[in-house]
Design a protein around this ligand. Structure first.
Ligand code: CA
Length: 231
């Protein structure tokens, strides 16, 4: 089997070396690009399995590169993991909305980086998100999209259409962080227009009704929400 190839786009040599060292130890093939422009060329040439993209780059910045990658039908399916500095939540939000799959915040531990990369690759090659009409059972929560019904521990939970929509959306992709905008976009058309701010209110209500099972809906500070990943 061909080795999994990871392209790192980062202008700082130290970080490229750190990433290369740790990924090669895990038996990945690593290639490097020192700028966004070089990265775009490398992506087109190599079609790597995953792109590790720094957001702070000279010339075209990481968000611009992410935008170009996700607008290009030939490469848009290659998962992008952003690398960001602390305090760049708004960039992370923008990147996720542009289609990046995940992010890691610098300074990161190599272990965390490797785990994130493996998780993204697993999601990509593993089961795709269930079809919208499939009954979904996750962490003891049973979601019946057809009936708009949710059961926890065998007991029905009375949710509004919007709460149901948000729960179903998050639970279909455990481990993925979604921004408020992405959640609004996904569940629009429910019982009333959802705004980004009202997502927070809906989540509070949802957690309350789900009781203990509501702990599965995690807040990712400054970014949005996710359904807890199953380990
Ligand atoms: Ca950089």
């Amino acid at each position: 089997m061909a080795k999994t190839e990871i392209l790192i786009i980062e202008d700082e040599e130290d970080i490229r070396e750190l990433v290369r060292y740790n990924l090669e130890r895990e038996n990945f093939t690593v290639s490097e690009a020192e700028s966004g422009e070089a990265g775009l060329k490398a992506v087109a040439r190599k079609k790597p399995d995953l792109i590790l993209l720094d957001l702070m780059l000279p010339g075209k910045d990481g968000l611009q590169i992410c935008r170009e990658l996700k607008q290009n039908a030939e490469v848009r399916d290659i998962p992008v993991v952003m690398m960001t500095a602390k305090g760049e939540e708004s960039d992370i939000v923008t990147g996720l909305e542009l289609g990046a799959e995940d992010y890691i915040v610098k300074p990161f531990s190599p272990k965390v980086m490797v785990a994130r990369i493996k998780a993204v690759l697993r999601r990509k090659t593993g089961a795709e998100a269930p079809v919208e009409t499939d009954v979904l059972t996750i962490q003891g929560i049973v979601i019946h999209p057809g009936r708009h019904e949710v059961m926890v521990g065998g007991k029905p939970v009375d949710l509004t259409a919007t709460e149901f929509g948000i729960l179903h959306f998050l639970a279909r992709r455990p481990g993925w962080v979604f921004t408020r905008y992405q959640i609004v976009d996904a569940v629009h058309g429910a019982d009333y227009p959802v705004t980004e701010r009202s997502v927070d209110v809906q989540i509070v209500g949802l957690r309350k009704k789900l009781k203990k099972a509501g702990d599965n809906i995690e807040t990712v500070r400054g970014i949005g929400y996710r359904f807890k990943d199953m380990e």
